[in-house]
Design a protein around this ligand. Structure first.
Ligand code: NBY
Length: 809
């Protein structure tokens, strides 16, 4: 970055010297030739060298203590950027910034070009990333296991209002964080046949195989006390090239094995709400499960000798059912490779596994057609039959289990095409099954798992989600963090519950003033970003009303957009009224094959275009859809939000975690009584949150009864005007019928109860306007939100998992 290097070497700090040394000897560039990416890589590699010592010390310490290890198996880790997090957790921010400055390099600038590692879809993947950081912070010896996707979550471009998906190439400049462990490679078989010999020994001879190779990324806990490992698997062929085929002239066929192996880890399935049900997905699930379980078993035997003590020294947590085939894989290794009898293997397995459920949506519950499962994993299919036999015999013994219940518990779905039910497999094979918020856990007991819950009434438990305050307060909102530290001292940095002491500052006018200044400057920052990326100018004094998350009908971006249209109507009809200036911000990705979600994105963009160019609303209402929502964008938007939209149909959002991030950064929530919103309300108090809408029970009752959305729409002037305007093409003059089907869906079915909740939502929004008018009261509420949501730290969540599920603390 320096055009010519005039800094005399002697003035350099040792750290600056090390960065330059890394640049020269490991990147192969001198200071003159180095570009931003080279400085970024040199900085990361230098830091990584220091992390390695702590990393090795952490491993040695766990080994010496004979400690129990936690294994978090997840097909997704939505980690985002790592440099800022690592610097701040190591307390090295200032020092590194200074060293780089002495080299003419701006730390903030190189932080900004670090690729955002998006190996996940949304909440589930981000939760896994927050958990990794909290496990290191709480000094738990833990490993995350997942897949090193070459292409993570797609990059979203908005073309003429439509979502376009582009491949994200996060590895384009290499990945300086990771270590390739060529020595940690495992054989992963698929297909083939199973034979038994007279002695009862079973032999599986797979028809194909790939090799799983480990890539390790260090995960630094707060204050660098412990460094854990995120181990992601890549695939390679045993024979990278088949020379016989090559020499015979089949140059493409000779490479087919490698191409097949690579296809396994090529891409993340980009749906956050429905099971893809495709063979490649099952292959991915088995590939990473098998590699992880083999690695866990190898480590245990190496350290402790006897595989039968596995549950005392290892806790394996399944992040939803995506890794559930691990259960059958562990059984296979115990029985076929370690000669345990079935019953003993089953005991070891059940004491080792825990399963976390993240959704009750029927389309997200994974099940595999039996013929596919059997063809790909014949030995595992046998073991699943054996497990099922055992479970069903147990169920039959219970007098409360009729035929209907037994069929519901079965690992095989016999309705229509026979399928393997992964949630049932995960449930029966775990000693703990948890939901992610209190309401969600109750609904698990009442709905999807009702029969399993009756058979195993002790198994289901709740672990309300959390977020890491290091990334979601200290990292993304340094100005607010500094203000809090000035007010209450630094204790909250080590224990988020300490934020409570901030509560009384809500009554301190001068504190509120400074709090408001921080929020305003974050809003100015976001406005500048939006102006640079979209050309749209925003007023930082307007109320910033934000809905950012995956786009899904149950999350009801449509409710928000329709209300925006209604507000637009009202402002135009009554321009003389004292309207609250508002900015409506949207961001989020739709699954590539999810038609309605893509239409909702287009609608948000069409509505934005029309409203933003209408001079009659002046500065009172602006709408923006910000493209390519990801972790880094969330870090920029959340600190600038005044109002957090958490408006899912009650009973459908398992927990939500964005809701926690907004509250922690001083936004008020407008939300339904769904997921963790309920617990947020309990913590911040009814006066500091805006709740509206049907409860989960009311939604269920309406769905069971005769819900008539058409009558509701026609009975609400505001709603019918807005829906008709959209349906008749007011926002799509180039294609007036564009939203006809989407709006007809509301009249005819409205599964997500947009009509039923509309009036309540609109009224809640007007009550938000009234609150905003009393600015000191608003700021007091915002301060109370920050002060009262420390409980939603993922440190609290992980502490509960460790004590109550893993027996590891
Ligand atoms: O998990 C989310 C829930 O919707 C949210 O309420 C909760 O806070 C969060 C953390 O517990 N679930 C989620 O993000 N699910 C997925 O990303 C997902 C991904 C893949 C599939 C299903 C769901 N799949 O079937 O392939």
């Amino acid at each position: 970055m320096t055009d010519n290097d005039t800094t005399p070497a002697i003035d350099r700090s040792p750290l600056a010297g090390r960065i330059v040394d890394t640049l020269i000897h490991r990147i192969g560039k001198d200071e003159r030739a180095a570009r931003k990416h080279d400085w970024l890589a040199a900085t990361i590699l230098t830091l990584r060298d220091e992390i390695i010592d702590k990393w090795m010390a952490s491993t040695r310490q766990a080994h010496a203590a004979g400690a129990k290890r936690v294994y978090y198996l997840s097909l997704e880790f939505l980690i985002g950027r790592l440099l800022r997090d690592a610097l701040s957790n190591l307390g090295r921010n200032a020092e590194v910034a200074e060293a780089l400055a002495s080299l003419g390099v701006d730390l903030a600038e190189i932080e900004e070009i670090e690729p955002d590692a998006a190996l996940g879809n949304g909440g589930l993947g981000r939760l896994a990333a927050c958990f990794m950081e909290s496990m290191a912070t709480l000094e738990l010896p833990a490993y995350g296991y997942g897949i090193r996707y070459v292409n993570g979550m797609f990059r979203q471009r908005i073309d003429d209002g439509w979502q376009v998906e582009l491949p994200e190439t996060w590895l384009a400049h290499g990945n300086p964080w990771e270590f390739e462990r060529r020595e940690s490679a495992y054989f992963i078989g698929f297909g083939g046949e199973v034979t038994g010999n007279e002695a009862g020994h079973v032999h599986w001879k797979p028809a194909e195989a790939v090799e799983a190779v480990a890539y390790d990324t260090p995960v630094v806990g707060w204050r660098g006390k412990r460094v854990n490992t995120l181990r992601l698997w890549s695939a390679r062929a045993f024979d990278p090239i088949r020379l016989d085929a090559f020499n015979a002239g089949d140059h493409i066929g000779a490479l087919a094995g490698q191409a097949r192996a690579e296809s396994l880890v090529r891409v993340l399935y980009p749906s956050d709400s429905s099971s893809a049900g495709q063979e490649l997905r099952l292959r991915q699930e088995y590939f990473f499960s098998s590699a992880s379980i083999q690695d866990i078993v190898r480590r245990h035997v190496q350290y402790f000798g006897d595989i039968r003590t596995l549950p005392d020294k290892a806790a394996i947590q399944l992040n939803d059912t995506h890794p559930a085939v691990s259960v059958a894989e562990l059984m296979r290794l115990l029985i076929d490779h370690h000669d345990l009898p079935f019953e003993e293997a089953w005991e070891v397995t059940r004491r080792t596994f825990g399963y976390t459920n993240h959704t009750l949506l029927p389309e997200a519950l994974e099940s595999w057609p039996l013929p596919l499962f059997e063809r790909l994993l014949p030995r595992h299919m046998q073991l699943i039959y054996a497990i099922n036999g055992r479970v069903l015999r147990e169920a039959r013994k219970s007098p409360s289990m009729g035929d209907h219940s037994v069929a519901a518990i079965s690992l095989i779905d016999e309705n229509g095409e026979r399928r393997v039910r992964m949630a049932n497999l995960a449930f029966v094979a775990s000693h703990s099954v948890n939901g992610v918020a209190a309401l969600h856990t109750e609904l698990m007991k009442q709905t999807v798992f009702a029969d399993l819950h009756r058979l195993y009434p002790e198994r289901i438990n709740n672990k309300t989600n959390g977020i890491t305050p290091r990334r979601w307060l200290m990292g993304c909102n340094p100005a607010l963090t500094a203000l809090i530290r000035d007010a209450i001292g630094p204790a909250f940095c080590d224990d988020a519950a300490e934020l409570r002491s901030l509560d009384s500052f809500a009554d301190d006018a001068s504190f509120r003033e400074r709090f408001a200044e921080v929020k305003r400057s974050n809003k100015v920052g976001l406005s500048n970003f939006i102006r640079e990326s979209t050309g749209l100018r925003l007023d930082p004094d307007a109320l910033f009303d934000v809905q950012i998350k995956r786009v899904h009908e149950y999350k009801r971006q449509l409710l928000n957009i329709i209300e925006t249209v209604a507000l637009y109507d009202q402002i135009r009809s009554h321009p003389e009224k004292d309207w609250t200036p508002r900015v409506k911000l949207f961001a989020g990705k739709a699954a590539s094959s999810y038609h309605n979600a893509k239409m909702i994105i287009k609608l948000a963009n069409d509505v934005a275009k029309r409203i933003n160019s209408d001079p009659s609303v002046g500065g009172l209402l602006k709408v923006a859809f910000i493209s390519n929502y990801n972790v880094s964008l969330a870090e920029r938007i959340i600190p600038a939000a005044d109002l957090s939209e958490q408006i899912s149909t009650a009973g459908m959002e398992a927990s939500g975690t964005g809701n926690m991030k907004f509250a922690l950064n001083g936004a008020l929530t407008i939300g339904t009584l769904d997921g963790a919103n309920i617990e947020i309300k309990d913590h911040v108090g009814d006066e500091n949150i805006v709740i509206f809408g049907l409860t989960a029970d009311e939604v269920a009752a309406k769905r069971a009864g005769d819900y008539r959305p058409r009558e509701i729409i026609e009975g609400s002037r505001e709603l019918s005007q807005a829906v008709n305007a959209i349906a008749s093409g007011v926002f799509s003059p180039d294609d007036p019928d564009r939203y006809r089907d989407l709006m007809n869906g509301l009249y005819d079915r409205d599964w997500f109860m947009v009509a039923a909740d509309f009036d309540g939502y609109a009224a809640a929004q007007r009550s938000v306007d009234a609150r905003w008018a009393d600015r000191s009261n608003w700021q007091a509420s915002a301060v109370r939100n920050v002060a009262r949501v420390g409980w939603f730290s993922s440190d609290r969540t992980i502490g509960e998992y460790a004590r109550e599920i893993w027996g590891a603390m």
